[in-house]
Ligand binder design. Structure first.
Ligand code: SF4
Ligand code: SF4
Ligand code: SF4
Length: 319
């Protein structure tokens, strides 16, 4: 390969796990350093936004953006990176589908601020002050980014070429993506860099006819290490979830939570999961079905844990 590429890494609304996953590729990070100059990576090095603003358009070969978009600063930097990049990769579940932050779409800004700054016992806020974009102080005007009512996935706001799903993406997939870039062997624009199969397809557990009389949480079950978890009454999202992780969670007796997002054949991951779970309930009696369904704690969080921004619902209706 001739001249080095330019890579940017940026973190918006997320937990930082995707940044750690990037470092988890261990010595392969040296291959990245050999392949590319890193022109922005705020978690690891000191950069200024104006360094990026001063670049020519398309100066960055690939921007890897992890996190959802939930305030004006995140939107601005995502738009700036879009302008300066040939390729943008939505990196991780939050960027691809909204991820855990998009559970905020079951509420609105006022409800979230009330919980976070007023009702919580962990904040000492006797005057019930709430964040405001502009505040006048003796020294002048202070500004902070404006918080949106709705959490967006990255491609709601900017064009994205590739999707690297997972919470966080597995190191194998990160390496696969970097190798594809290095070898100029990227798939068609719009591709999800994962598997075409579902997690169930990758899972070695024995699958029989599923008949469930009660749903239980993993800690309540003496888990059979060979049998499908859903058949043991543990809600497992493998059937509606894109593979590529090698069924990581079921392999260690934990159910799939759906972090790789819906497969290409699924329009709404939560609805598909709801239908999969409904189909295994072993009863024709309405009362009994209702009783079994009550075992599912937090259905919204269970079925849309990683993808509320990517769902047909998108968010709870704003009142
Ligand atoms: S995808 Fe998961 S690991 Fe990555 S930022 Fe979001 S919550 Fe964190
Ligand atoms: S539902 Fe879960 S445990 Fe069962 S086969 Fe699918 S991934 Fe494996
Ligand atoms: S098994 Fe499911 S939750 Fe676990 S890493 Fe794979 S896609 Fe994510």
């Amino acid at each position: 390969m001739g001249d080095k590429l330019n890579f940017a890494f940026y973190w918006t609304a997320g937990c930082g796990g995707c940044e750690v996953a990037t470092l988890d590729i261990d010595e392969k990070i040296l291959d990245v350093a050999e392949l590319a100059n890193i022109v922005l990576w705020p978690i690891a090095m000191d950069f200024k936004y104006e360094d990026i603003e001063n670049m020519d358009d398309d100066n960055i070969d690939v921007s890897f953006i992890n996190g959802a978009i939930r305030n004006t600063e995140q939107r601005e930097i995502a738009e700036l990176l879009r302008e300066k990049s040939k390729v943008v990769v939505a990196f991780g579940a939050c960027a691809c589908h909204g991820g855990i932050p998009s559970l905020g779409n079951f509420h609105n800004k006022d409800e979230i601020f009330q919980e976070a700054y007023v009702d919580t016992i962990s904040t000492n806020n006797p005057d019930n002050n709430l964040p405001t974009p502009k505040t006048e102080v003796a020294e002048g005007e202070l500004t902070i980014p404006e918080f949106f009512d709705t959490v967006y996935k990255l491609d709601d706001l900017i064009e994205v070429e590739y999707y690297l799903p997972g919470c966080p993406p597995s190191t194998d997939l990160i390496i696969k993506a970097v190798e594809a870039i290095a070898n100029d062997n990227l798939p068609p624009v719009g591709s999800v860099i994962a598997s075409k199969k579902t997690v169930c397809d990758e899972c070695d557990r024995e699958k029989k006819e599923k008949k469930v009389k009660e749903f239980r949480r993993p800690y309540e079950v003496d888990v059979d290490p060979e049998l499908c978890l859903l058949e043991q009454g543990i809600i497992c999202c493998g059937s509606a979830t894109t593979g590529g992780c090698g069924a990581n969670c079921p392999t260690v007796n934990m159910p799939c939570r759906g972090c790789y997002g819906p497969t290409s054949e699924v329009a709404d991951q939560g609805a598909k999961l709801l239908s999969a779970v409904a189909s295994v309930i072993d009863s024709d009696d309405q009362e009994e079905i209702a009783k079994i369904a009550k075992d599912i704690l937090d259905p919204g969080g269970t079925f849309y844990r990683f993808g509320m921004s990517n769902s047909l619902l998108k968010r709870k209706k704003l009142g």
